[in-house]
Design a protein around this ligand. Structure first.
Ligand SMILES: NC(=O)c1ccc[n+]([C@@H]2O[C@H](COP(=O)([O-])OP(=O)(O)OC[C@H]3O[C@@H](n4cnc5c(N)ncnc54)[C@H](OP(=O)(O)O)[C@@H]3O)[C@@H](O)[C@H]2O)c1
Length: 331
């Protein structure tokens, strides 16, 4: 038995391609003292991974050339010399794009699966769900009757943000790419409306759906959609700066918002956050998200693609939008 892995071969300019990665095969590692061996069952594909391969200062060091690509994972412990992990434990953690990994438990936690599909622990019940929870509730403090606009609305984070917004009594307008995704956002996730930014006039549709303006904008995409939302932000409005996927593959660097003075004239705020800074509260989010799932108030979808060797193409689906909900790889 061997361990297939994806390693960073070269730093890309713009979109990644097959030449960005090396697909290698190694022996399955043996756990040393205080370590366990995990059979990875699902690998999380996240837009942030594009940032991790740029050689720049960020909230986390860049992945080095030749290293196994960093990724969130979940799987089962199959051998253990670690006092806190035993064979059969289900583990969620950052173990990389590979089939097996040895860990000392750093950046990992054990979880019960509660009989749920394991891939949900990389989506709604994992990092993206926690991002939605803290990025909406902590950063914007949504109130009943407020208008919340969410971009990336059919995605892993955005779909959860909008559903939490509905639970909190907001009017929720999504923005997503294509009629099929917009229909899912409204019919399955219960948003009040969804704007198809690929086929509709976003500015015009925001006027129609948010006649009094926007109280909260949850930004997953940046670019001109951020500008359109800034232009309609209300007095004391809040913008949660979660991500800017439209800018991640730019060859000339990200473009900032033109309409930022709207923050000044509306006494509004735009605040960024990194979910990792909420690590000590992850269990609070997991418990609440789990309860909402069990009560049927929170739904999720996952797109599962098989094979470590499909990683180079599968990763780019995050940027083409060719997937629904949380994108995961089954190695
Ligand atoms: N701050 C944090 O700690 C944190 C943590 C996790 C994620 N994030 C950020 O949250 C955002 C969403 O992440 P996710 O995991 O939920 O990904 P996702 O939404 O599941 O997948 C990415 C989606 O982005 C959309 N997209 C791609 N290119 C776009 C463009 N040029 N303009 C508009 N939309 C585009 C596509 O949907 P369409 O088909 O609808 O275009 C695609 O499906 C990302 O920006 C990510 O970096 C931040």
């Amino acid at each position: 038995m061997s361990n297939q892995q994806v390693r960073l071969k070269e730093r890309p300019i713009g979109m990644t391609s097959a030449s960005t990665w090396d697909i290698t095969t190694d022996d399955i590692p043996e756990p040393g003292p205080g370590e366990f061996l995990c059979k990875i069952e699902y690998i999380s594909l996240d837009p942030a991974m594009r940032g991790w391969i740029n050689d720049v200062r960020s909230y986390i060091p860049p992945v080095g050339l030749g290293e196994v690509m960093r990724a969130g994972t979940c799987g089962t412990v199959i051998k253990s010399n670690h006092p806190d992990y035993k064979e059969g434990d289900f583990v969620v953690g950052s173990l990389g794009v590979q089939q097996y990994a040895v860990s000392d438990g750093k950046f990992c936690y054990k979880s019960d699966t509660f009989g749920l599909p394991k891939e949900k622990f990389l989506g709604v019940l994992g990092m993206p769900g926690f991002t939605a929870y803290f990025g909406l509730l902590d950063i914007t403090n949504p109130q009943e009757g407020e208008t919340l606009v969410v971009s990336g609305a059919a995605g892993a984070v955005g779909s959860v943000v909008g559903q939490i917004g509905k639970i909190k009594g907001c009017k929720v307008i999504g923005i997503a790419g294509g009629p099929e995704k917009c229909a899912t956002v409204v019919n399955d996730y219960g948003f009040d409306a969804c704007i198809d930014y690929k086929n509709e006039d976003v500015q015009q549709k925001l006027k129609e759906h948010c006649p009094k303006g926007i109280d909260i904008y949850f930004d997953n995409v940046g670019g001109e959609i951020l500008d359109y939302c800034l232009a309609r932000i209300r007095f004391k409005g809040r913008i949660s700066l979660c991500g800017a996927i439209s800018q991640y593959n730019s060859e000339t660097g990200p473009v900032g918002p033109k309409n930022y003075l709207s923050l000044l004239v509306n006494s509004a705020k735009l605040e960024g956050f990194i979910v990792m800074n909420y690590q000590d509260r992850y269990m609070e989010a997991a418990k609440q998200l789990g309860e909402w799932m069990m009560s049927g108030q929170l739904k999720s979808k996952e797109t599962v693609i098989e094979g470590v060797d499909t990683f180079p193409d599968t990763f780019n689906r995050l940027f083409s939008g060719d997937k629904l909900g949380k994108l995961v790889l089954k190695p």
